[in-house]
Design a protein around this ligand. Sequence first.
Ligand code: ME8
Length: 544
Amino acid sequence: MAFTPQMPERNVQSAPMTGSRTYITTPIYYVNDKPHIGHLYTTTLCDVYARFFRFAGWDVFFLTGTDEHGQKIEKAAQERGITPQALADENAAEFEKLMTNAGFTHDDFIRTTQPRHVKQVQAFVSRLHEAGYIYLGEYEGWYDEGQEEYIPENKAKDSDYKSTTSGKPLIKAKEQNFYFKLSAFQDRMEKLLIDQPDFVRPEARRNEVLGRLREGLQDVPMSRTNFSWGVPMPNDPQHVIYVWIDALMNYATALGLGDHDSEEYKSRSKYWPATYHVVGKEILWFHAVIWPSILMALELPLPRCVYAHSFWIREGQKMSKSLGNFIDLAAINQYLDAYGSDMWRYYMITHGPLGATDANFSASQYHDVYHADLVNTVGNCSSRVTAMINKYFDGEVPTESPQGKRMIIADVDWPALANSAVQDTTQAMEKLDFPGAMLATLGLMRKVDGFINHTEPFKLAKDDTRRDELGAILYQCLEAVRISSLLLWSALPTKMEELWVALGLDIDPRQGELPKLAAWGGLQVGTKIKKVALFPRVDNPVEN
Ligand code: ME8
């Protein structure tokens, strides 16, 4: 057994939020499968967050990519009679194309077969070895082939010796491996989860991890010898590094943390530690326990939060290849064609499995949410206001301060309302509470609707003596719509940009000026605007 080095206490704490620099990651996706809703889902969550905070002026780094080593890839390539690298190149290109077509704004797309990654993984493993965290041993136990995961006896028994992911029987594995001394981190891991309750979110997931931690950590095999498609162990190339260890390190290698001479290190190491690793619940253990332990062993700071969402399911059933009920790209395209790409993003972030329970993907719910939130709220509110300004003021933005002083109508303090929508949306976004963020913004638009119904500008328009009042009402409505559109942009980029054009606004979100732009009064009096119709009604839900 290797010795148990003592780690300095400081490494137990992950870094606090910086408030102005943030690093968010998706899992890196396996290249043996075709992309599907799950991949798009996690990446959409990260994209909305990344866009919002770039626009808010933060220094953001958003990473996604592909996981290309391991037995599964080797097998899939053999079945097709091609090399694993050829299979990886082909499918990684498909993932990358999808990410680009979906308009995702990742700053890098990492592939684990890239030399930059391989080199750093070997450097990290050498460091772990030198620090005494790796030793040679014999593994005899259960193995989930599909997940490429070693399963402890008690967990295997609980699942009736079947994979909890694929349902396939676990296999008995006996092999000589290098082990990572995970057991050395028992106390520090428990302390981390207790001292920093937000280290794993949502709360229910944290409790699961803590429960399993308390059963005791066992050392884990970290190399394999029965196949060769992987990163060779630096000290013994007969072994390849276990795909999960290789994959987890992507979050650090993309920033060059394993190679201080690299360009990546110079320009990107400032982003470490990650603010969020966003993952699906099935891979939480790797991210919440194995990865932090590796980081502690490497004396690197820990991420601030591992966010493990649940699954999209269909008609109450898990989506799986065997059931053939995956929402695949063909199905997704039907939704995109019928409702547009912004609605896809909106549905993902507001009705997805962000919390501890799975979310049912439903065509009828999709249809209803589109009409309630986008057609009847965002669309209706913007078209009502722009139409009235066109009708009553020839499309020229009127003033809210006809006598040089802002008119207060119906006792509504619009600057305060808008300011709290900005604060509430930002705070919710920071917590990855996307439904909360959308509720705060749509709340502002709903107030505009209520204000119109209450003040009845269409009646005032008939009275020439009340033009000042009419102008002030419409200015306030349009200004609230403008501020809402800034807050909605990260979720609905296409339509909000369309709205900005109609409002004569020249906005480049990459300039990071959201806080300045969101201040009340930014709308210029006299600007020529056009009437908008952003979200057309759709007759019937998609059938599939
Ligand atoms: O696990 N609902 O890759 P993977 C929501 N390579 N999200 C889902 C989903 C569903 N039904 N199905 C999949 C791997 N996902 C490893 C990760 S990271 C260092 C290595 C999403 O291609 C979710 O984010 O199987 C999940 O964690 C991920 O896809 C798994 O992708």
